[in-house]
Design a protein around this ligand. Structure first.
Ligand SMILES: [Zn+2]
Length: 127
C-alpha cells in the first residue's frame, strides 16, 4: 500500500450523522505518515524525483480515501481533498467530479471554487 499522509478534521458522517474525526488518506506530495488539519500547509520534502505530483499553487483537488467511520463503518474510497496554495482547505466525496488518471502516482487537478465553497458552507452550518 505504501506511505500516505492524513488530513483530519471534525465533521458529520454523511451516513449516521454523528460528528466524528474524519480521516482522509492521500498520497499527493511527499507522503510519510504525517497528520494535517485544515489550515495546515502541505510541505514538500526530500528529493523532487520522489514527489507524487507537483507543488501546484492555486486551488487544487487531490485524490483521497476516507477512512471508516468509527460508529457506523461508512467509508469512501473515492474522496477528494482541497488545497489552496498548498494549504488544506477542505475535503469531500468525489462523486465522479474529478477524474484522477490511474498512472500509479496520485496527482492533483484544478478544483472548482464552487465545490470548495460548498464544503465551507457545510462546515459553517456545524458551528
Ligand atoms: Zn457514520
Amino acid at each position: 500500500m505504501g506511505a500516505f499522509d492524513i488530513l483530519v478534521f471534525l465533521q458529520k458522517c454523511e451516513q449516521c450523522g454523528n460528528e466524528i474525526q474524519k480521516k482522509f488518506q492521500f498520497k499527493y506530495g511527499t507522503p510519510w505518515q504525517r497528520k494535517f488539519s485544515l489550515g495546515d500547509k502541505l510541505t514538500w520534502e526530500g528529493n523532487p524525483i520522489r514527489y507524487n505530483g507537483l507543488p501546484l499553487s492555486g486551488l487544487i483537488a487531490a485524490d483521497a480515501v476516507l477512512e471508516e467511520c468509527p460508529i457506523c463503518g461508512h467509508d469512501d474510497e473515492w474522496s477528494v481533498i482541497y488545497l489552496l496554495d498548498n494549504v488544506f482547505v477542505g475535503a469531500d466525496s468525489n462523486d465522479g467530479r474529478y477524474r484522477f488518471v490511474q498512472v500509479g502516482q496520485p496527482y492533483a487537478l484544478s478544483a472548482s471554487t464552487t465545490d470548495v465553497l460548498k464544503f465551507q458552507r457545510n462546515a459553517e452550518e456545524l458551528e
